[in-house]
Design a protein around this ligand. Structure first.
Ligand SMILES: [Fe+2]
Length: 186
């Protein structure tokens, strides 16, 4: 009788089967379609030529990493250079973020985000981002949908969405004679 008692690895999950350090050709039922339309992904290196720090108010800058106009999605690194505030805003979509340097928090919540820590923000919530760190903060943000900004009296000021972020990036590039990096456009 054949033995069936061999324990499956990884709690029943058979992947990952290939440990070979090589490019493996895998089957694809629609390879002609993929050849025509599939995009492998994007790469944005660290240099400012690939994506510059674009001023965002007097004490902050944004390094744009991705724009997806079909889904109103945009990704970037936010840098606040010294203790300060990013105005009160309300999201109309999802936000995912990871702290990279320093720390930041929201006046409305009781946690502080440090390097390596992960947060989400949900549609409908208005909050006020601050950093109390003497060196400010940097964090990676992946955002979807509109961001409505308000003044200190709760009056609506401006909507920031994928079009705003693209315009922020492209107008800075134009002003400084930098080439638009197509890798930022998904
Ligand atoms: Fe937010």
């Amino acid at each position: 009788m054949a033995s069936t008692t061999e324990k499956p690895p990884l709690g029943g999950i058979k992947a990952p089967p290939s440990g070979a350090y090589k490019i493996v050709s895998v089957p694809e039922a629609h390879s002609a379609m993929l050849d025509q339309y599939c995009v492998a992904g994007t790469y944005v290196g660290l240099s400012e030529e690939e994506s510059p720090w674009v001023p965002f108010g007097d004490n902050a800058a944004i390094r744009h990493l991705a724009f997806d106009v079909r889904n109103n999605v945009y990704a970037n690194v936010l840098w606040i250079k010294s203790p300060g505030v990013i105005g009160t805003h309300k999201h109309r979509g999802m936000v995912w973020a990871i702290g990279l340097e320093g720390s930041f928090r929201y006046l409305e919540y009781d946690w502080v985000c440090h390097p390596g820590e992960f947060i989400t923000e949900f549609p409908g919530h208005a909050h006020t981002l601050v950093t109390d760190d003497p060196n400010g903060m940097k964090a990676f943000f992946w955002m979807q949908g509109a961001n409505e900004f308000y003044d200190e009296n709760g009056n609506f000021v401006e909507t920031l969405d994928v079009w705003w972020f693209m315009s922020h990036y492209e107008s800075y590039c134009k002003e400084h004679g930098l080439e638009i990096n197509r890798q930022l456009y998904l």
